[in-house]
Design a protein around this ligand. Sequence first.
Ligand code: PLP
Length: 311
Amino acid sequence: MNTTPDRFAYLTNVADTTAAIANGIAWQPGDNVVLVQGEYPSFVLPWTRLAQHGVESRFARSQGIETDLDAIEDVIDDRTRAVIISHVDFNSGYRNDLAAIGTLAHAHGALFVVDASQSLGAIPVDVTAWGIDALVCVGYKWLMASHGIAVLYVSERAQEQIVPTAPGRYSVRSGWPFPDYDLDWAGSAIRYQGGALNWIGVCALAESLTLQDEIGGDVIAQRVIELTDLLIDKLDALPVEITSSRVPEHRSSYLTFTLGSIERDDALVDSGKAANVLFGRRGGGVRVGTHFWNDESDLDRLVALIEQAAR
Ligand SMILES: Cc1ncc(COP(=O)(O)O)c(C=O)c1O
């Protein structure tokens, strides 16, 4: 991720990591947050809840599955305190151009906050090059850890602007093992981590990161994209409409498609359950995802089911 270990805290899920950021900013009535349509609720609701403090949530108009940078620019102004967006959209698998969106946010002095739950572990993330101020990510998806563990990244610059709102023993520098209750925040991002963690989840995350590190993030990303390419080729030979972006820089480990009707898409998902192949019902169609441990024989099983349902 191109950063240092002191920039991380570990919490439970995207709802609480996002709330740690959203609630920690010193909002003034009339401030606003810029979002795009279709984000995962846990990443949105901590911001829309701020309406009770006079903070407006401004949703940029949407352009199909693609993120329209002009639409984001149209709603940003100098009262924008945060621009929030997912790296990879959970419905369509559309991968956003974070460097460009981060530049827009910073041009207005806003914090740039990213949900990387659908990329980190499969697609490389560079918080420094892309100017990310805060990043949240669940442990149970591409990071292959478990439920109940989530990653929070906060840059040094953002840490100056975001106060811990659920502090505990890990948040402060002094007072352990002789508590003095002083709020002298830890120097690192661990200040956002309150009490004891889901240590089982932490162990799972540590093991999985060790494995991913051994293989190499670039090797994993290359394999994931290779598998998605192969799947696109196979689906192009069937009466299936691919609804994900085909543009290489906007692709990810997800692919969505439709067999042309709700009934056919539903039937495919049901046939998958019977064959132990899990399809997601997302983005108005069907979503499939491949990770580095999948191989061509997995794709063959998947495509055989799709072919059968498409007949
Ligand atoms: C983009 C994204 N963010 C967050 C989550 C999960 O949120 P939480 O950890 O609050 O359950 C998901 C789950 O699918 C997701 O796709």
